[in-house]
Design a protein around this ligand. Structure first.
Ligand code: UD1
Ligand code: UDP
Length: 361
């Protein structure tokens, strides 16, 4: 019986890659079920191509919409897909609607569910992801915690220690694989006339930041002022959610902020590595900048990645104008050289070993 990987968005493709790569290198059977929550080529196909992943076997065509609409399209399609594939185990990763749908239908079908990146909590219930994480953990039979901290959270919530495994974060595996591939395509900043160490790299897409025009305008104003004070530019590869909100609110960025299309993975990693600073509300970007050694300012009220703050790689500022500026100033002087808290790049290997042993009983 094959394993099934249920995925749907950019970060899930990137972070499930190391687990799928284990199945490929061991010639184990598997199927990829893509919900199609992300479908624009720059959020989807480019990652399959760059990471040399096989195309999805089944595409559920869920697309965009409200949470209810997305889940409403995913659930019956997943029910049917899982019946068709009849997998030995279903892998999900992270905290998106696709993860919730995958974990829910797999567990309702009585299948073992492996949750990669289990045990993260922001304790901010305004975030749809917080519900998705809590529910996906609850529905899973194997919980792969990236850190000891995430494991502690799960044990404090009453999970059976036999089902919780600390593996490291698979994103370190992906970054390690990329590094082994060498410098892939020259300096991507050339496209926009930015040189190494002469820009802040910015990403924004959390609903609580970009769906409210007041908050969005305040964040964009603060980051533009931060760039002006440093006499450099912000490079902001714009998530389509944020682009559509800026268009509908008629918000334009300040003169020091360069809006560009979302970039491919190789380019984005190179841009993170060479940025003076990363400013973000992304989960994965907080982790990657920490692993790559670039200081990060997180424009959110909370983080489910406290390890980044504990090692000195990240500061969580909230979304106040002055707080963001203070955070940028503080991290501009960050000494660097912090410890990588997310593991040794062998998370995929550990996860698959544990899953195979568990299935073998
Ligand atoms: C989703 C996840 C979020 C994750 C993010 C990764 C949920 C609740 N949210 O947020 O946790 O951090 O993905 O990037 O699951 N759009 C396109 N093309 C696409 C996909 C989306 O243009 O391929 C636009 C549509 O206007 C859509 C909007 O982006 O309405 C938001 O997409 P959606 O999948 O609902 O949520 P994300 O903000 O992408
Ligand atoms: N990313 C990318 N191109 C971009 C922006 C982000 O390849 O233009 C990658 C980034 O390296 C990270 C992942 O996308 O691995 C983060 O995804 P996102 O911020 O959309 O989601 P989150 O991690 O917040 O769920």
């Amino acid at each position: 019986m094959p394993a099934a990987f249920v995925l749907g968005t950019r970060p899930e493709i990137i972070k499930l890659y190391p687990v799928i790569a284990q199945y490929l290198s061991r010639a184990l059977p598997f199927r990829i079920i893509h919900t199609n929550q992300h479908y624009s080529p720059e959020l989807d196909r480019v990652f399959f191509e760059q990471l040399k992943l096989p195309s999805p076997d089944i595409n559920l065509g869920a697309g965009s919409g409200s949470q209810g609409e997305q889940l409403g399209r995913m659930l019956p399609a997943l029910e049917q897909a899982l019946r068709q594939v009849n997998p030995s185990v279903v892998y999900v990763q992270g905290d998106t609607n696709s993860v919730l749908a995958g974990a829910l239908m797999a567990s309702r079908a009585g299948l073992p569910v492996a949750h990669v990146e289990a045990g993260l909590r922001s304790y901010d219930l305004r975030m749809p992801e917080e519900y998705n994480r809590i529910l996906a953990d609850r529905l899973s039979t194997m919980l792969f915690a990236p850190t000891e901290g995430a494991k502690r959270i799960l044990l404090d919530e009453g999970y059976d220690p036999a089902t919780v495994h600390v593996t490291g974060n698979t994103v370190v595996d992906t970054l390690t694989a990329l590094a082994a591939g060498g410098d892939q395509a020259g300096w991507p900043g050339e496209r926009w006339g930015v040189e190494r160490e002469s820009y802040f790299l910015v990403t924004l897409h959390r609903p609580e930041n970009v769906d409210d025009p007041v908050v969005l305008e305040r964040i964009l104003g603060a980051i533009d002022e931060a760039a002006a004070r440093a006499t450099i530019k912000n490079l902001l590869p714009l998530h389509p959610r944020t682009r559509s909100r800026m268009d509908s609110f008629s918000i334009v960025p300040g003169p020091n902020t360069l809006l560009v299309e979302p970039v491919d993975y190789f380019s984005f990693v190179a841009l993170q590595k060479n940025a003076r600073l990363v400013i973000t509300d992304s989960g994965g970007v907080q982790e990657e900048s920490c692993v790559l050694g670039t200081p990060c300012v997180t424009v959110r009220e909370s983080t489910e990645r406290p390890e980044t703050v504990e090692v000195g790689a990240n500061v969580v500022t909230g979304t106040g104008y002055d707080q963001i500026l203070a955070g940028v100033q503080r991290m501009s002087g960050a000494p660097g050289g912090w410890r990588n808290p997310f593991g040794d790049g062998r998370a995929g290997e550990r996860i698959v070993k544990i899953v195979l042993e568990t299935l073998a009983g």
